[in-house]
Design a protein around this ligand. Sequence first.
Ligand code: THU
Length: 139
Amino acid sequence: MTVKNAPLSSDQINQLVKAALEVRARAYAPYSHYQVGAALLTSAGTIITGCNVENASYGATICAERSAVVKAVSEGFQRFEAVAVVTQNGGSPCGMCRQVLYEFNPGMQVILANAAGTVIHTFTLHNLLPEGFGPAQLE
Ligand code: THU
């Protein structure tokens, strides 16, 4: 699988953060009140968003990043160049989301922004999940 990991332009970053900010408003988070929005940039240039969806059975909660990945794959996109995640404070993706993102491109860029849309950190997924387990291990 070939995935481009070219640095994003500031326009692309702004667009991605804006999309994550907008979808964050649709988060269903009545228990934690911690709303999360995620926006994936596919290698086709499409932006696919997701928000966290909590559940009264707390363990059934779905994070924003995984919600975006599931939406993207079901729409036919499996190659991602970047993901922007917006939270109140620029919080970092959980371990389960890092693993799910890693599946589709360990080199993707991860942009973390706060509720004002200010970028707090940018990483590559490699930085967030070094020596991760991925499809290559099963070859
Ligand atoms: N959450 C995400 O959506 N993404 C993460 O990577 C970390 C946590 C959500 C899950 C839950 O709805 C809320 O944030 C508090 O944990």
